[in-house]
Design a protein around this ligand. Sequence first.
Ligand SMILES: [Fe+2]
Length: 402
Amino acid sequence: MTPEQDYIALFEQYEPVCIDLGPGVMTDLSAEFLLSEDKPVVTFVTGGKSLSKSGARADMTNMVLHYEFESRIVCDIPAEPDLDDVARIRDAIEQSASSEVVAIGGGSVLDAAKAAWAAYQAGLDVSEFFGSGKISERFPGREFKRIIAIPTTAGTGSEVTPYANIVDRAAGVKRLIADRQIIPRMALIDPYYGRSMSDSLTAATALDALTHCIESLLNTGSPETKFATNANAVYAVRLIKDYLPLAFRDPDDVNVRERLCAAATIGGMQIAERPTSLPHLGSFSFYGQIPHGIAASMLLPPFWRYYLAEKAVAERTMLLADVFPSEAPQKTPDDVVSAAAAFIAKYAGAPKLSALPCFDAAMVDRIASDAVKNPIKLASAPRPVAPENAAEIISGILKKEL
Ligand SMILES: [Fe+2]
């Protein structure tokens, strides 16, 4: 094993989720289900056309036919799913009285399936779960069944996180469920599926993962845990920095795709313990306009510079000095942020925030007013942002970018 494959050992040790990464891992499903005492009734939850392109749909269909699972398939879950999408999955689970849920697709598909499976088991509307730990609070001592996740993109890390982002159209906001009861029980990650992604999707998803790792690293208020460590965060950032350019050069290289998948999953392990803060919080206001990973990563540098006033953040930043080198003889934290910002801008396809089509004064106001509604993310900012002056601080930071 080369040092670059340290992620294999990391995944083997990871207790919360059984992770298998490598070509052909969907076949693990048949072993899992054939070994179970009762024949499972499975609801498969999938995305749209991209699933066919990736080859995941064919793998799923072959497996279902071959092993004759009693199954139901819910297709076409869109990017940024809303409450209706979650209700559609929940209805399918209910009608077939499913005993297992398998989600195959990007983070949106995984998030929607996680929310629907928990809502079905709880017998509650999913909107009652918005916030932190609402399911666990309501059902103390109960262990919910958890989904099997088969991610086909390398970005959100949803396959290992306790999070589901669901759009509440009536309220006009994207809302977060955070609860350990929705962490998938198994993550089967096949790097082959990433080969069909366009360059822009490859970049948007990798930049999302990069932002998870950096925000988590900068989260000085949350202690390191067994898996969410500074070293693992830096390692995953380095994988993305080194391998994203290679994925652009040769989109079919499975070894390259595997590194990007690994980095995304490590990013999920990071944010599961040390959550994101202002850049991700701001990105929620862009929903429906630009890809989440582009919004979050382009918002990272201005908030990162704001955080640098904290000595602990400046020290953490220097852990990335070798990953994001600069010409300066005496490198400062600000140089590291600038070098990271240049990398992000290159792959996001926008030299600065103001080059994004939807970033204007109205968007700054919207981000600032939406942020106040999310005290959980404000609380995880490494430089304190009190809810009463959050709008003023956030709009002050972002107005400089207009
Ligand atoms: Fe994200």
